[in-house]
Design a protein around this ligand. Structure first.
Ligand code: BMA
Length: 360
């Protein structure tokens, strides 16, 4: 009996070991596997805080290594650092948000060195019209860049620039730095050329499948974890309508800005649905973009975000950038002198939120 118990215990131990979650790419680098497992494990500890372009610039500064507006306010950096590659496809030196690609490369390395997690988005241009990512004047763009389409060759050229950049993200020891890559986002809306009214379900899925296969199988890139990130949605079916497949995706997310009176109920409803699906699939769940577009809600961090997300095992919530130039956007993150600065410190001190020091 005792022996049987021992055997059973050993077996269950082995099963538990064998069942360690693996990313969707069977050839994922050891660093990508480690990141995936670490993020899943951290979900039960708390919710990480992320900020777009946190290390690139803040409301009053540009490119100062070691600085972030978040640290200026609470003394610690975000755990998740967002970066944006728009305009990489044009071959220039800097992004559509005026960040030098060299600085992104250095910043990714720095973030990784200090134990932060890097996520990258790509608002790349409309290949068919020549317009921006927001040019929705044609519903043929996605079809045109797929194999057989008139812009397919040009898409490969864009992807090859992406490939060179991704392959340049290395540690000082020459290992590829694992990245959460989040292309074709907010596709349940129709403001990007890959959005819902601009391509069919099949075209959208084919775009994902072609792209991931090209990066993995043609270009041998295995340090990326892929993030599927919708805008608002009401049901699991709606969320999954354009989901390209478990063999491609590692993180299930959604973007949701505080744009109306239903924000808080929508936020918790979306978080509930996404965390349920992610648990069933064994994938990471996150709020991949958020923000208060008025920039004026003094208790936004604790009331809108924390109280509505506290009950869920989400990996992270990332807020959008603190533009240092005057754009139409307010700074979405905290900064010295912000109306919600004190509330952010409360948010930081809450045991539910995880910042850089909490994930070492
Ligand atoms: C948008 C805005 C733009 C920016 C783009 C890509 O939401 O912040 O100003 O160029 O994201 O980062």
């Amino acid at each position: 009996m005792k022996n049987l118990l021992l055997i059973l215990l050993c077996c269950s131990g082995l099963i538990a070991q064998a069942a360690k979650p693996e990313p969707s790419d069977p050839k994922a680098t050891p660093e990508a596997v480690k990141l995936y497992q670490k993020m899943l494990k951290l979900e039960s500890k708390g919710m990480m805080f992320g900020h777009q372009d946190a290390f690139a610039y803040g409301t009053t500064w540009y490119a100062q290594e070691g600085r972030s507006d978040v640290k200026d306010v609470c003394g610690d950096h975000p755990a998740i650092i967002g970066w944006e590659l728009g305009h990489l496809e044009l071959g220039g030196a800097y992004s559509l948000d005026s960040v030098y690609f060299d600085n992104i490369r250095k910043g990714v390395n720095y973030a990784n060195k200090i134990g932060a997690i890097n996520t990258i988005s790509w608002h790349f241009r409309n290949l068919l019209t020549g317009g921006t990512a927001w040019d929705v004047s044609s519903n043929k763009t996605v079809a045109s860049i797929l194999p057989g389409g008139e812009k397919h060759q040009q898409y490969l050229e864009y992807l090859d620039k992406l490939v060179s950049f991704m392959l340049s993200l290395k540690t000082d020891e020459g290992k590829y730095i694992p990245i959460l890559f989040r292309p074709f986002h907010e596709h349940t809306g129709s403001w990007f050329w890959w959005g819902k009214n601009l391509c069919t379900v099949d075209e959208y899925k084919a775009l994902w499948r072609f792209t991931v296969n090209y990066l993995r199988n043609q270009k041998n890139i295995h340090h990326l974890l892929f993030s599927y990130s919708t805008d608002r949605f009401a049901t699991a079916d709606e969320y999954l309508e354009r989901y390209p497949g478990d063999d491609l995706i590692d993180l299930l997310g959604f973007d949701l800005y505080d744009n109306g009176p239903d924000y808080q109920t929508t936020l918790s409803n979306c978080a509930r649905i996404v965390t349920q699906i992610a648990t069933q699939k064994g994938k990471i769940a996150a709020v991949t973009e958020a923000g208060d577009p008025t920039g004026k809600k003094t208790e936004w961090w604790t009331k809108a975000i924390l109280e509505n997300l506290r009950q869920f095992n989400l990996s992270y919530v990332l807020v959008w950038r603190n533009s240092f130039t005057k754009t139409k956007d307010v700074p979405f993150g905290p900064y010295k002198g912000s109306p919600s600065e004190q509330d952010f410190v409360k948010f930081y001190n809450d045991p539910k939120t995880l910042f850089l020091k909490d994930i070492q």
